[in-house]
Design a binder for this molecule. Structure first.
Ligand code: FE2
Ligand code: FE2
Length: 168
């Protein structure tokens, strides 16, 4: 069994992963609107990853004898100032999620739930990658700007990203 406090916190995290999926899909739609199919593909794959995270928490909570409670998902932002703005917000969002996972870990330590601590370690490591991938695209964009040949090649490069579920 898992404590009520931790159950509530995991349900909250499920909601945040859902929101992440929604936010990245909203960003994909903004890129589709700009005819940047590669950037849109990157965000669609990102949204799939967030769904995978959500289901990982979902399955874990069930496995621990908990109850999954789904709540409403807030509206994601739909209007953006440009490509750099979208990646600044993505990077900022991942930093928010890292904080949220860290707080969950803090709670698991407080509650002496060692199994949850072990489970959360995967997300702690994953967040390092999540932040790094957004930051690296953001840095490149700041270098090349929002127009021109370089952007065209970035769009082509991002079109190649595919989703592969990590080994469990
Ligand atoms: Fe996530
Ligand atoms: Fe993420």
């Amino acid at each position: 069994m898992i404590s009520q406090k931790l159950q509530d916190a995991i349900n909250e995290q499920i909601n945040r992963e859902f929101f992440s999926e929604y936010l990245y899909l909203s960003m994909a739609a903004a890129f589709d609107d700009m005819n940047l199919e590669g950037f849109s593909n990157f965000m669609k794959v990102q949204a799939e990853e967030e769904r995978f995270h959500m289901m990982k928490f979902y399955n874990y909570l069930i496995e621990r004898g908990g109850r999954v409670i789904l709540k409403g998902i807030p509206d994601p932002q739909s209007e953006f100032e440009g490509i750099i703005d979208i990646f600044e917000k993505s990077y900022g969002h991942e930093q928010f999620i890292t904080k949220s996972i860290n707080e969950l870990m803090h709670l698991a330590v407080e509650e002496k739930d060692y199994a949850l601590q072990s489970f959360l370690q995967w997300f702690i490591d994953e967040q390092v990658e999540e932040e790094a991938s957004m930051d690296s695209i953001l840095s490149k964009l700041k270098l090349v700007g929002e127009k021109g040949n370089a952007l065209f090649f970035m769009d082509k490069e991002l079109a190649a990203r595919t989703f592969t579920a990590p080994a469990q």
